[in-house]
Design a protein around this ligand. Structure first.
Ligand code: NAD
Ligand code: DAU
Length: 348
């Protein structure tokens, strides 16, 4: 079986490639990635010499390149991770999000139609549902929750989801969609909350918390997400959407305090900065369908997963130092210099 994994030089895609090659001896994995700022070829070093693996540098928006890959490899399954994935960047510059996340998805699905690919799986996100109120902890996102995206990023992912379901209905393309909550773990680009806070804390730099840090995210260890996708591409029902999450809701501020404690750093590093525009309050996934229909349950407790993740960033300094080049520094400056520092009470 040949599985085409797009966006495999990024965080979740690389973890998924390692998972597949580790679990299945007879599996061939072809990774297509254009290596944006978020893609890192060195992440894939451990599998580059594996005869079951092939890396192709190409954009999913380039239909000629994608058709060439399909001709060469005739994949049985396509798993689409490739995306612009950072909400703050989508607020700065939406266009590349629409190009990659919507049009790129269309290019891949057209190739699947042309070559009769057995399954197109889209790695979507819980952000397509918008957010939930902080004071209604009884509410969760189910697969029936209406799409109500808040940011250009989540709107682009929601648009892709609608397009995928339209391809299923109109052309009978065999599709599945997973909508997962926030992931954490090794190889996450240090623009996202957890790795950014870990590496800033390691270097005694300010820890920029948006608003009052009261927003809630539902955290899942990346390997549990990989296992969920694997369950769906093997036994999921065509045309169906599956929510993936581990009932692990936490306030941002509590996460940052936990990282300080684990690293023996003072909480005085925490700096409250101007809030994200349109900041979603709370995400919380109801994963009952994954559990009942596919027997999937998360295996990593947050207390263990976060400890392993902190340890990983502590030990793999060369990985994140090589990423923090001039481009990263410029982006960091731009993103945070305009966020005024606030007293904690200003953000409440
Ligand atoms: P990431 O930003 O770490 O990686 C994205 C990868 O896609 C990078 O390797 C990048 O080079 C590649 N890419 C970007 N544009 C491309 C293009 N035009 N053609 C080919 N490759 C391209 O992202 P991630 O956090 O690993 O997320 C992967 C997927 O999972 C995304 O679709 C995201 O929406 C979804 N998702 C992420 C999370 C999360 O918590 N990180 C949760 C749920 C869903
Ligand atoms: O829910 C799934 C989504 O999770 C994925 O679809 C996205 O690709 C992924 O980036 C993530 O989106 P978030 O916006 O939730 O993740 P981020 O790590 O950017 O932020 C997590 C929370 O932390 C959010 O409430 C904003 C806050 N935050 C983030 C950063 C980068 C801060 O307070 N300070 C920061 O510096």
């Amino acid at each position: 079986m040949t599985i085409l994994v797009t966006g495999g030089a990024g965080f979740i895609g690389s973890n998924f490639i390692f998972y597949l090659l580790d679990q299945y001896r007879d599996c061939r994995v072809v990774c297509v990635d254009s290596l944006t700022y978020a893609g890192n070829l060195s992440t894939l070093d451990p599998v580059m010499r594996d005869p079951r693996f092939r890396f192709v540098r190409a954009s999913i928006t380039d239909s000629a390149a994608i058709e060439w890959v399909f001709e060469e490899e005739t994949p049985d399954i396509v798993v689409n991770f490739a995306a612009e994935s950072h909400v703050d960047r989508s607020i700065e510059n939406p266009s590349v999000f629409l190009e990659t996340n919507i049009l790129g998805t269309q290019v891949l699905m057209d190739a699947c139609r042309k070559f009769g690919t057995g399954r197109f799986h889209q790695v979507s996100t819980d952000e397509v549902y918008g957010d939930l109120p902080l004071d209604r902890t009884d509410l969760f996102f189910t697969e029936q929750t209406p799409l109500c995206a808040s940011s250009p990023y989540s709107a682009s992912k929601a648009a892709a989801d609608l397009l995928i379901l339209a391809y299923y209905r109109t052309f009978g393309l065999p599709v599945t969609i997973s909508r997962c909550s926030n992931n954490y773990g090794p190889f996450q680009f240090p623009e996202k909350l957890i790795p950014l806070m870990i590496i800033n804390a390691l270097e005694d730099k300010p820890l920029p918390v948006y608003g009052a840090g009261e927003n809630v995210r539902d955290w899942l260890y990346v390997e549990d997400h990989c296992r969920a996708i694997d369950r769906i591409i093997r036994d999921g029902k065509v045309g169906e959407t599956y929510n993936v999450g581990g009932h692990n809701e936490m306030k941002n501020l509590d996460i940052v305090k936990l990282i300080c404690k684990a690293l023996g750093k003072p909480e005085s590093l925490i700096t409250f900065v101007e809030d994200r525009k349109g900041h979603d309050l709370r995400y919380a996934i109801d994963p009952a369908k994954m559990q009942k229909e596919l027997g999937w349950f998360p295996q990593t407790q947050f207390a263990d997963g976060i400890q392993q993740t902190i340890q990983w960033y502590f030990e793999r300094r060369e990985w994140w130092e090589s990423i923090r080049n001039g481009e990263y520094q410029n982006d960091y400056q731009r993103m945070y210099q305009n966020r005024q520092e606030m007293n904690q009470t200003d953000g409440v």
